[in-house]
Design a protein around this ligand. Structure first.
Ligand code: IMP
Ligand code: MG
Length: 331
């Protein structure tokens, strides 16, 4: 089975947590990251610690899986090496030899005028990708630090049956479909994520779109019905960015038109809904649908009605297994 996971909002939907649950259950032979690059921070728990992964896929938590980075992903060699070391994945980490390398000049440029206007993560992603498009970027195959990790990821994922593909950012940050110009530097919908790792549309079995029970965004750009930091704090919803530490902006709403578009363009099979326990206190750690409060159930039914695809996974707490798994019933 080949599964792609994508974000349905502005990033930070809880992709790391859902990824870790799915890989523990589905036991893929390869976990591979698509998406932009080290601008994304996915939080995941591993051996009792929380890690903010920016370069390696969070699926590394399933220790039998090979851990790969697809050709479409920008690689910052120092971030990569640090994470490989940090999680002890040296013998199972691989980088596609065609990946684009982020250099110091890219990070500097990203901190400049354009980066400030957009409120980028200053990780050099936009400028490095722009160099790739101009055909002047350095590739992973020309970076000595990456030599021991190079492989043909596209070949590997096509050969293997059980593959989990981790997308990054969220649909509303897509350079094509998001709130342009306040977006990231690439499309991040499922088709692009597939292409990032070298998979064609016909080889994908499942697309999981992760959404959070409320909406947050970091950086500049529109956010419908934004509330103040004070209000978000009062509701226990105030969050801080994994990569930059910036306070996230919060809206209590789910934006239905945007979510319907996201489901359509990602061809989502089902939704994974996170932080139901934050939105509806009293549901922390619940692992059975029948044990959810009435309000929470109504919220989930309403999402399914409005968006048109089932909610297959429901996150109710920080632990990897704080998840209600209804995939067998609803798919
Ligand atoms: P860049 O991707 O660093 O160029 O930043 C462009 C915009 O996308 C900024 O608003 C960032 O805050 C946002 N962004 C990029 N990656 C992520 C992510 O993984 N989560 C949330 N926001 C992101
Ligand atoms: Mg994040």
């Amino acid at each position: 089975m080949k599964t792609i996971l994508v974000g349905g909002q502005f990033g930070d939907e809880g992709k790391g947590k859902i990824t870790s649950y799915i890989v523990m259950k589905d036991k893929p032979k390869i976990v591979v990251r698509g998406g932009v690059g080290p601008n994304a921070g996915h939080r995941v728990q591993y051996k009792g610690k929380t890690y903010g992964m920016r370069q390696l896929p969070c699926g590394f938590v399933y220790e039998k899986a090979k851990v790969m980075i697809g050709a479409g992903v920008l690689v910052d060699p120092d971030v990569f090496l640090k994470e490989v070391e940090m999680v002890g994945a040296k013998n199972r980490a691989f980088v596609d030899f065609r990946c684009t390398v982020i250099e110091q000049k890219h990070r500097e440029e990203d901190a400049g005028e354009v980066g400030q206007k957009i409120g980028t993560t200053k990780t050099g992603c936009g400028p490095a990708w722009s160099d790739r498009v101009r055909r002047v970027a350095k590739l992973a195959q020309d970076e000595p630090k990456l030599k021991p990790f190079l492989t043909d990821v596209a070949k590997a994922v096509n050969k293997e049956k059980n593959v989990f593909v981790e997308g990054t950012q969220g649909f509303m940050l897509s350079v094509l479909y998001g709130t342009y110009p306040f977006v990231t530097s690439k499309d991040v919908s499922a088709s692009t994520i597939a292409a990032d790792v070298g998979l064609g549309p016909k080889s994908i079995d499942n697309v999981v779109m992760v959404i959070k029970s409320y909406t947050t965004r970091v950086g500049n750009g529109p956010l419908k019905n934004e509330v103040s930091v004070q209000e978000a704090e009062k509701l226990g919803m105030q969050e801080y960015g994994t990569v930059t530490g910036r306070p996230r902006r919060t809206s209590l709403d789910l934006h239905w038109d945007d979510l319907r578009t996201a489901v359509e363009i990602n061809s989502a099979t089902y939704l994974a809904l996170t932080k139901v326990d934050v939105r509806f206190p009293g549901n922390q750690g619940v692992r059975k649908y029948s044990q959810l409060t009435k309000e929470a159930k109504k919220f989930i039914e309403n999402i399914e009605k409005k968006v048109g695809v089932p909610v297959g996974l429901i996150g109710t707490g920080p632990d990897v297994f704080d998840v209600i798994d209804r995939r067998d019933e609803v798919l």
